[in-house]
Design a protein around this ligand. Structure first.
Ligand code: ADP
Ligand code: MG
Length: 427
């Protein structure tokens, strides 16, 4: 992809926008871009530099993303709405063409990485709750105040705040920002390969250490052991490459497969509530470490059909009206509203799944399922908005363990009281 129209190759020490930004190390990449940690020599701080592929369609997409991010920044002067902030944008000419560049506030790891750090075991519910609150604040702002649908919400596109000062980042060799190209290399210093290799080696060593420790402790760690404990969990929504104004939609197929809402599969039209569906899928994944729906195609059925079947097994049958209401309904459903090619479904329920597979306590499972199930309503207009979710008791509970056990204790007391009363009456 590092060819005409593609990514721009960056080396540590490369300068951008007339020397204002200096590349430090690669942070990540997506389909359309590479993202670099850069030092902003004007504000003396670190920023994330998103460098788009240069071909016309990518430039077009970047312009659109810049338009949305500008509106987002303008409407939130205090930068408190849990959406990544656009600081600057410019064009950069390279051997592969003109690249649109976005300068964004520098954020930390994605929630996907956090899930991996937790070895796919799921996070403490209090942390899940805090993250959910951030995401909902972001979505409420996008939906209600701006009229924007994110349309690609998922753990990968939610980044934590940085808790580490990058100038003290042990992964990098130096402790101060690189502001000039390292000497002895006319192309601009250390090639990325060496740094990437170093990073990978270090990551491998860290993983080996963890498993060593685990082995010395006698196998599996207890479920409560979490490697990211003690971190104030705050996060921001990123990646507006697929976002749109609700009144100017230009795509039928949106969202990453596992987070895709049923109305998108059925092509019955969509709105803000598609983000709410993805939000619920994300919340489940944070709490359990597993994707809520991971469809696969199989003999005689497509990935879409498996996806709809999985949804129904967990959430009950799709109301007939919803099932037959989309442009693709005729392919997938018969006139009774049953899937044509997957006939036998094994119904389960979310709270049973949480208890039996993920070992939630009954009260934890019930409370979490009561929060998520309405957001997973097949009828998009029935799903609660982000604003409504922010009012939900589950989001506002201070500590689920405590509140749940307290509640149970109270119920027990009441029951004891009742039976005494009954005894008395019986006498
Ligand atoms: P794309 O539109 O190409 O998917 P993203 O905006 O999702 O690009 O960014 C790609 C990756 O770069 C992200 O998954 C993340 O790892 C990293 N990244 C993006 N924005 C930031 C940021 N503001 N701070 C730190 N890392 C970022
Ligand atoms: Mg992305």
């Amino acid at each position: 992809s590092y060819r005409k129209g593609g990514y721009h190759a960056v080396r540590v020490g490369d300068q951008f926008n007339g020397g204002r930004y200096v590349a430090q190390r690669k942070l990540g990449w997506g389909q359309f871009s590479t993202v670099w940690l850069a030092y902003d020599t004007t504000s003396s701080s670190y920023v994330a530099l998103k460098i788009q592929k240069s071909a016309a369609q990518f430039a077009q997409a970047a312009l659109h993303e810049i338009e949305l991010l500008s509106a987002i920044a303008k409407g939130d002067p205090s930068n408190s709405k849990c959406i990544v902030r656009l600081i600057d944008h410019f064009k950069h000419a390279g051997p592969n063409g003109q690249h649109l560049c976005m300068v964004l506030e520098f954020l930390g790891d994605s929630l996907l990485r956090l899930i991996k750090y937790n070895r796919y075991k799921g996070m403490e519910l209090n942390k899940v709750r805090e993250i959910c609150r951030c995401i909902l604040i972001g979505l409420d702002y996008l939906h209600r105040e701006l009229g924007i649908i994110h349309s690609d919400l998922k753990p990968e596109n939610i980044l934590l705040f940085n808790t580490i000062d990058p100038s003290k980042d042990p992964i990098r060799s130096g402790h101060s920002p690189i502001i000039e190209k390292p000497e002895g290399n006319p192309n601009g210093g250390v090639t990325m390969n060496i740094i990437e290799k170093k990073l990978k080696r270090r990551a491998r060593r860290a993983v080996a250490k963890i498993s060593e420790r685990r082995a010395s402790m006698g196998g599996q760690a207890p479920k409560s052991e979490k490697t990211m404990d003690g971190i104030d969990v705050r996060c921001k929504v990123v990646d507006f490459g697929n976002a749109c104004w609700a009144d100017k939609q230009f795509m039928d197929e949106i969202q990453t497969r596992q987070y895709r809402a049923p109305e998108v599969i059925l092509q019955s039209g969509y709105s803000f509530s598609v983000d709410m569906w993805s939000f619920a899928c994300t919340a489940f994944e944070l709490a359990t470490g597993d994707m809520l729906f991971a469809p696969k195609d199989g003999q005689g059925f497509s990935e879409d059909e498996d996806h709809l079947a999985l949804m129904m097994e967990l959430l009950g049958k799709i109301p007939r009206k919803v099932a037959i209401g989309g442009a693709r309904s005729k392919d997938l459903f018969d006139r009774h509203g049953d899937l044509k090619r997957i006939r036998r479904l094994k119904y389960w329920s979310l709270d049973k799944l949480l208890i039996e597979k993920y070992r939630f306590s009954e009260s934890e499972a019930r409370e979490f399922a009561e929060f998520l199930c309405p957001v997973l309503d097949f009828a998009p207009e029935k799903r609660p908005s982000a604003q409504q979710c922010l009012q939900h008791p589950w989001i506002n509970a201070s500590s689920s363990g405590q509140s749940a056990s307290k509640k149970e204790a109270t119920v027990e007391k009441v029951n004891v009281g009742m039976s005494k009363l009954q005894l008395k009456v019986g006498k």
